[in-house]
Design a protein around this ligand. Structure first.
Ligand SMILES: [Zn+2]
Length: 260
C-alpha cells in the first residue's frame, strides 16, 4: 500500500518518526510520499527521502504558506532538482480564509499556482493540487483551477484530498488528473458516496494527509500512514470488492503517476 500524501516532514512527527515508520511497515505501507508545503517542509521531505528507502518527496508552496513567507520560484527550483523529488506541489488555490471579494488575494494565489505549473513543466513532473473554497462556495476556486489547468495545458497530477461531487471529479479526470481520497470519505457526514460508487479505481489514489484528517475509526488521533488502510477498506466496502483489489490498483496508479 502507498500513502500518496503525508506530512511526516511536519513538526508533529519529530519525536517519534521511527515508530511511525515502523507502524506503517507493519500495516503494509511500503511507500510514503511526503508533501512539501513551503521551503522548509520541502527540504525536510527531501532529507527524509534520502534517509529512508520507501520515502519520496514533493516540493511545493501551499497557498496558505503565503501567510508566513513570500513565494520565491528560484528557491523552489533549487529544491526540485534534488534526488527522489517526484512532483511539484502541493500548490493551488485556497479561499477558505480570505474574504469572498478579496480579488487581489485570489489573483496572487493564482499567479503563484501558475509559477509552480511552469516548474512542473520544466522538470517534467506531475502536480499535487490543493483546492479549497470558502464556506459560502463563492468565487469557485475549482472552476478557476480548471480554467488555469486547461489554459496551461497540463494533464498530469493528482487533486489531493478531493471533497467535491462526482460531476466536478469527472472534469478533473477528463483533463487527465487522478483523484486523491482521504479519511474524509469515512466520516458519517461525507456527502458524496455516489462519487465513491461511480469513480473508476484507475483514477484514484489513497492518502492520509497526516497529521490531519484521521479516518473515522481512529478519529481524534494524530493521523499517520499506517491508517491509510482504513481508507482502502472503506472504499472496498462501498464498491463491494476486496481491499486487496483497492490496494493493488491504487498502488499501481501512484507508482505510475510519480514514476517510482
Ligand atoms: Zn497536504
Amino acid at each position: 500500500m502507498i500513502d500518496s500524501h503525508a506530512h511526516l516532514n511536519f513538526p508533529n512527527f519529530q519525536k517519534d518518526l521511527t515508530e511511525v515508520l515502523e507502524r506503517a511497515k507493519q500495516n503494509g505501507v511500503d511507500f510514503i510520499i511526503n508533501i512539501g508545503a513551503d521551503y522548509k517542509s520541502s527540504q525536510i521531505a527531501i532529507n527524509m527521502a534520502q534517509d529512508y528507502e520507501g520515502l519520496f518527496a514533493t516540493v511545493g508552496f501551499h497557498p496558505e504558506s503565503l501567510n508566513e513567507e513570500k513565494f520565491n520560484s528560484r528557491l523552489l527550483e533549487d529544491l526540485i532538482g534534488q534526488p527522489k523529488v517526484v512532483a511539484v506541489g502541493e500548490c493551488g488555490l485556497d479561499y477558505f480564509r480570505i474574504k469572498p471579494n478579496d480579488f487581489a488575494a485570489q489573483k496572487l494565489q493564482q499567479e503563484i499556482f501558475i509559477a509552480q505549473i511552469e516548474l512542473a513543466k520544466k522538470f517534467n513532473l506531475p502536480l499535487v493540487l490543493h483546492c479549497r473554497a470558502n464556506q459560502k462556495e463563492q468565487n469557485s476556486p475549482y472552476e478557476q483551477m480548471l480554467q488555469i489547468l486547461k489554459k496551461e495545458n497540463v494533464k498530469r497530477g493528482v487533486f489531493h484530498c478531493f471533497s467535491g461531487d462526482w460531476r466536478l471529479a469527472k472534469e478533473f479526470i477528463e483533463l487527465g488528473f487522478c483523484i486523491g481520497l482521504t479519511g474524509i470519505i469515512t466520516f458519517p457526514n461525507y456527502r458524496h458516496v455516489d462519487l465513491l460508487k461511480n469513480i473508476p479505481l484507475d483514477n484514484v489514489l489513497i492518502e492520509t494527509d497526516c497529521p490531519f484528517l484521521a479516518p473515522q475509526s481512529v478519529r481524534g488521533q494524530r493521523n499517520e500512514p499506517a491508517f491509510v488502510k482504513h481508507i482502502a477498506e472503506h472504499l472496498a466496502n462501498i464498491k463491494n470488492i476486496n481491499m486487496e483489489e483497492v490496494d493493488r490498483i491504487t498502488t499501481q496508479n501512484t507508482k505510475k503517476l510519480f514514476n517510482i
